[in-house]
Design a protein around this ligand. Sequence first.
Ligand code: HEM
Length: 151
Amino acid sequence: MVILIQNPVTTSELAFPILEWFHIAGFALAIGATAIVDFRLLGWGVQSRTAEELNQALEFWMLGGLVVAVFAGFWLFSSDPDMYYLNWAFLIKMFCLMLAILFNYTIHRKVLRRPSSGVGKLAACVSLVLWVSIIFGGIFIAWVRPGLGLS
Ligand code: HEM
């Protein structure tokens, strides 16, 4: 007996836009929380708390948003995997996402503990550039012709 499980993102018209809503809401929360900490490292925004205190208060929302964005992202991806993994914008986005997560949980975390001014500002800039580049990668997915220019 063969049980066929249909992927709702390919059978229901509403599934893709609803998933894209969760995708955008998830990364807006994750990147928003990270940006508040990075702005503090740059000397902007919330002055009443240190960057490390802000990170401790916001890391649950950052991780929660990231999990929702990644889960919805993979589901969006499952709508047409062949189209996405042959898309330069998608591949660059995934590469930047891995770099951003690695940086966030290693160097960025270390810098928060001893945020000497110069290093703190540099780490904040690297972090913001990495997360924003993922957003641009996502936006350009729809504009880049799949096929890695091989065809
Ligand atoms: C923090 C991480 C992420 C960010 C900031 C992000 C950002 C974006 C943005 C800005 C869009 C365009 C939305 C639009 O045009 O309406 C998008 C679409 C998309 N993302 Fe992500 N994304 C993230 C993670 C992922 C992951 C992990 C995957 C899958 C493995 C993924 C798969 C997709 C797909 C398939 C689309 C739809 C593209 C389309 O056909 O329009 N994303 N993402």
